[in-house]
Ligand binder design. Structure first.
Ligand code: PLP
Length: 429
């Protein structure tokens, strides 16, 4: 008896619209190279623990001290003590009606982004998403049957959004505006007046504000952080943050979302979030025991972001390297853990960010993320994380400059770069 031919399992069609290059094809190629013994400097993920950072000790103690209590499931919205601590912290910073009932704990902000869009969207609904974005926002919109509609945060405008453009993009299908502040990948922080104008657009068109503030205390120089919820008042707003970045505990997978706005307006959405939370039972419990210590304990991030602090000095190394390079331009990041430089001049002729990233990795052993992975229409940017030591970053930018100088020289000799381009992309691993 002959066996029937094997038919590959079909998967969700809309996955073809989703990209996550931060851990995508280039990262897989990096793993192959490492398996062959190559040493790479990998700057693709904002993962503090991978660069030698530790979660603050008082957070570690909070988990270990309570480990005996972490066996059972918690309430679907999270551990009451964690939610009370988050509600109190958000009340202190002016979030209207912050209350433990309106706090949702999740397995990282990532899970809560997905959950909130699942709670909100019907097929064909639109979400206004920044370009560039943190690509999970686009992916979660698409996978919950929505459509991301991009508003531009262009380098010419210091990567700030334009509220007038945002309003022109509102349609009868628009349900929400996503704000990422401080921003990944650009490091932009949004001034209060700009946020007030975006809140006014949300109020006028009855949209939910989805505000990703996971980098809210990662600020450099004179940058000020302005939370959106206090400006939004009665306008429905869901604010996201967690332990991954400010508290350097990505692996603990702890995030929270705080719902604010008029009780009647947000009631159904609150129930939907609660139901979806219940279907996944609860978030990882041990990590939730560190939340109170994190939001009420000492500030451990400011010193890292101040002169002499590790993040500050690495950011300074990036700014200086870009200023010294004839091939790079940078809008200095005011917050968050990344820089998003542009390639300019002769090296930018016929430039393709993916091919550049591949060449940089193959020839110089440095992994960066191509700018187009962040849903932008241009292809001359790349993202690096600011997490390595400053010395490593100086070496990285020396290597980047070598690749760009070779490219510029090739352009100046009028050698058609496109000929080698077509051959250089490897098959996905
Ligand atoms: C803007 C932004 N939002 C959300 C996340 C996800 O964070 P978490 O580790 O809490 O899932 C990240 C991670 O890099 C991020 O940069």
């Amino acid at each position: 008896m002959s066996t029937p031919p094997i038919k590959p399992l079909a998967t969700r069609e809309r996955l073809s619209e989703v990209r996550y290059e931060i851990r995508g094809e280039l990262a897989r190629r990096a793993r192959d190279l490492e398996a062959q013994g190559r040493k790479l400097i990998k700057l693709n993920i904002g993962n503090p623990g991978a660069f030698g950072f530790r979660a603050p000790e008082h957070l570690q103690h909070a988990i270990t001290g309570d480990i005996d209590h972490t066996d059972p499931y918690t309430h679907q919205q999270g551990l009451p003590a964690a939610r009370e601590a988050v509600a109190a912290a958000y009340l202190r910073r002016g979030t209207p009606n912050a209350h433990p009932d309106r706090v949702f704990m999740g397995n990282g902000v990532s899970e809560l982004i997905d959950l909130s869009l699942r709670a909100l969207l019907n097929p064909g609904d639109e979400v206004l998403v920044p370009s560039p974005d943190y690509p999970l926002w686009s992916a979660a919109t698409i996978l919950n049957d929505g459509r991301p509609v991009y508003y531009r945060c262009d380098p010419e405008n210091d990567f700030l959004p334009d509220p007038v453009e945002i309003e022109t993009l509102v349609s009868s299908r628009t349900r929400a505006i996503v704000l990422i502040n401080p921003n990944n990948p650009t490091g932009a922080t949004y001034p209060r007046e700009l946020l007030e104008r975006i809140v006014a657009v949300a109020a006028k068109h009855k949209l939910l504000l989805l505000v990703d503030e996971i980098y809210d205390q990662v600020l450099y120089d004179e940058a000020k952080f302005q939370a959106v919820a206090p400006l939004a008042g009665d306008v429905p707003c869901l604010t996201f943050s967690g332990l991954s970045k400010v508290h350097r505990a990505c692996g603990w997978r702890v995030g929270w979302a705080v719902l604010s706005g008029d009780g009647e307006a947000v009631g159904n959405f609150h129930h939907a979030m609660d139901l979806l939370g219940a279907l996944r039972l609860c978030a990882n419990v041990p990590g939730q025991y560190a939340v109170e210590a994190a939001v009420s304990g000492p500030d451990t991030i400011s010193a890292l972001c101040a002169p002499g602090g590790r993040l500050y000095e690495t950011r300074r190394a990036v700014i200086e390297a870009c200023a010294a390079s004839e091939h790079l331009e940078l809008v200095a990041p005011a917050g968050a853990l990344y820089a998003f430089p542009a390639v300019v001049g002769a090296a930018a002729k016929g430039f393709d960010d993916h091919d550049f990233a591949l060449e940089l990795m193959e020839t110089e052993g440095v992994l960066v993320v191509p700018g187009s992975s962040f849903n932008v229409p241009y292809r001359n940017h790349f993202r690096v994380t600011l997490l390595p030591e400053a010395e490593t970053m100086r070496e990285v930018f020396a290597r980047i400059d070598r690749v760009l100088t070779r490219r510029a020289e090739a352009v100046n000799k009028v050698v058609p770069i496109t000929a080698s381009k077509a051959k250089s992309r490897p098959a996905a691993a």
